[in-house]
Design a protein around this ligand. Sequence first.
Ligand SMILES: Cc1cc2nc3c(=O)[nH]c(=O)nc-3n(C[C@H](O)[C@H](O)[C@H](O)COP(=O)(O)OP(=O)(O)OC[C@H]3O[C@@H](n4cnc5c(N)ncnc54)[C@H](O)[C@@H]3O)c2cc1C
Length: 412
Amino acid sequence: MSFDVIVVGGGPAGATAAYQMGRAGAKVLLLDKAKEFPRDKPCGGGLSARLLHRFPYVREFLESGEVPVNPIRRVHLESPDSTRVTYGQNDPVLYLIRRWEFDAALFRRAQGVCTVRNGVMIRRCEVKPTHVELESTEGEIFTAPVLIGADSANSVIARHTGLRSEAAHKEYAVDMMEETDYSRLQVADREAIYLFLTLTQTFGYGYIFPKTEHLNLGFGCKLDWYLTALRGKGAEHHAGWVETLKQKGDVTGETDRSRYKAFPIPVSGPLAQTFTDRVLLAGDAGGFVNAFTAEGIFYAMASGSLAADTVLEAMRSQRYDKRQLSAYQRAWQREIGDDLRHSVEIQHRLFNGSGRMDSLVRNAKHDPELLRLIIGYSMGAARYEELRSYMMRSTVPTWVWGKMKAAVGLSA
Ligand SMILES: Cc1cc2nc3c(=O)[nH]c(=O)nc-3n(C[C@H](O)[C@H](O)[C@H](O)COP(=O)(O)OP(=O)(O)OC[C@H]3O[C@@H](n4cnc5c(N)ncnc54)[C@H](O)[C@@H]3O)c2cc1C
């Protein structure tokens, strides 16, 4: 059977792209190395409200109970010096799901309109003059005029097309986490998430995300630091992190070693180029993750959707060259480009020594508007410009601010 397009990877990026193209009438082949769905994917499972606006069918998953959800209305934020502040609001700030159920729901929708092959791990990708050729670890060959690579942080497609370099350790973080049943591990406040701005040299965070039936907690650091300080000791470090949370009084019960997993996240912004002849990259494969918060599901689905639009347009003209596919890069830059660029800037500024984090949280403790903006920005609800201009105003003395406003003709 011949296909118009192949999608490699059936996570949020690939399943979104495949569903959109299949529904528009394209003949789509969706390949995933997982033998079946549901499959496990280490993740905090935090969905931002903007994801539900951009993809209203996700709201239906949550409302129908197809995907169990814990709506979160409170956030406990802690700085490296252990200053803690709590933020609350009436509407949910975040929706916590398990990827086990969420990804299976997305995958099922794609399956309804595409040809799906599970248990196919792609190990080679080659762009030929007339098509793209893929080879699986079993030696099976797949071809199509165009391809979307949505095969995650270690993307074979990104490396084999030369879009991502082989050795880029500093571009990644490693998140070490467990997702364990409440019968074993419990949290003091199940209606809140806990965020710890806990530095490990230059970058690091911890979190507790209570799902409906499971407690999810973890710790992230840059990959280069992980390789120097934690290689082979990740599980041990994780157990120590759980002990720290117990001492803080946030968690009770026991860690489950068998539920521990470590997984890479690209945290340096999108790749400089996310397309080439006959190939587009979406989701983690293209680096579409917020470099400050490590939110990736929204960006995976948004980039998957924009890649699908680009392929559908290319199919109309039957042109799959770089020039045609460059429309993809312009489309994501318009929708999420500034947001992702700012997230890298914030990461560099804030994760640059613990002092800035400490003073930010200490100031937020006494300034409810600053706290609202920090949480709002972190959860994708407030714009970077709002946060930045508020921070600038609150750090500039009032009389200087008055003079500045007068100088540009605003009432002081
Ligand atoms: C521990 C952790 C916590 C996180 N927490 C959050 C959070 O709370 N909220 C949030 O928004 N984001 C979070 N993220 C980021 C988020 O998980 C990712 O950005 C998101 O999963 C990216 O989706 P994707 O579709 O690109 O890739 P994935 O979800 O990784 O899906 C890729 C798919 O490709 C398949 N695949 C991979 N290689 C091949 C191959 N060679 N051949 C065939 N198939 C292949 C895999 O089996 C998989 O199904 C977290 C990440 C981690 C690691």
